[in-house]
Design a protein around this ligand. Sequence first.
Ligand SMILES: [Ca+2]
Ligand SMILES: [Ca+2]
Ligand SMILES: [Ca+2]
Length: 356
Amino acid sequence: MAVSKKVVLTAVVAAFAAFVGHSYLSLQRLMLTNREVPVKHLNCHYLQNIEYGAEDITILKDGLAFLSTGLKFPALPCFSDDPGKMFVMDLLHPKPIPVELQIKGELDLSSFNPHGISVYVDEADDSIYLFVVNHPQHKSQVEVFRFVEEDTLIHLKTISHPFLHSLNDVVAVGAESFYATNHRFFQNDALHMLMVILGMPWCDVVYYSPEEVRVAASGIMASNGINISPDKRYIYVSDIIDHEIDVFERKDGEQLVYIKSVDVGSLCDNIELDHKTGDLWLGCHPNINKLANYNPKDPPGSEIIKIKNIHSEQPVVSQEYTDDGRVIMASTVAAPYEGKLLIGSAFHKALMCTLR
Ligand SMILES: [Ca+2]
Ligand SMILES: [Ca+2]
Ligand SMILES: [Ca+2]
């Protein structure tokens, strides 16, 4: 009896040790813990007024850039206690400078914590709607604003729903409708970690309209950035810990049909599109362990990746900019516009670079 107890105990300890070892190795592989990228710079300068992160940036066809800044997020460094802010910048200006947007309406600005953003231009009357993922008190909701005059956002409404539980990014497809990503399935940290270690693809994309809220796509390990092709036919989602971009086709009735995934070899965050070429530009984390365990002496780096011809048989994935964190830490977004590139970060500064 004593012998068999010993055998069982030994087997349990061995199984536990094997699980711990397996977990450690899978986390290293998912977080690209041992990855270092050689520095590859462009001609860039820091944007004025952006010191505490511009997690998401998007640029309209007429050169107007919107930036969400000052994100506070569990496990991410944050160097300011101020609430988050929205900025606008005109890239057609000879010396573009981000200007803080004044927010009017009912929104509580003291807990404003903006994350992913998207703009919808209503072609009927050129109205500009800004959709912003907001985490007041670490909750998840979407704020809808209308951009008026040069520097004002009018808050129209707050959208919250049980399906919109762990929001990261949003892409507007109408003045009142959008797709949004949930980057985790479980709220509980231990269960979330277990899901990641076991590689469970349980994250989703949710479609929202005033008439209907439903899961539009699932089978994703961690859905982060989301965006739409210039012809509005395709939706792209970054499956950040699976190191790939998922491509979906929009069908009648806002049904999303999975087409394929493109490997990027990095942990890519937000997705922006070149309006003219349709190329995808990705702000990525070359080694997310350095972001999760922030050490100013060995800071998290930045990596900007471009995908050309994503719908062809052989998409071209190229590294356009990398840094070891000495210039810019933790890039989350890269937005191109007419030979310029804006690079934003989770908690650090933002850059404007020249592409040609
Ligand atoms: Ca976005
Ligand atoms: Ca995947
Ligand atoms: Ca993001």
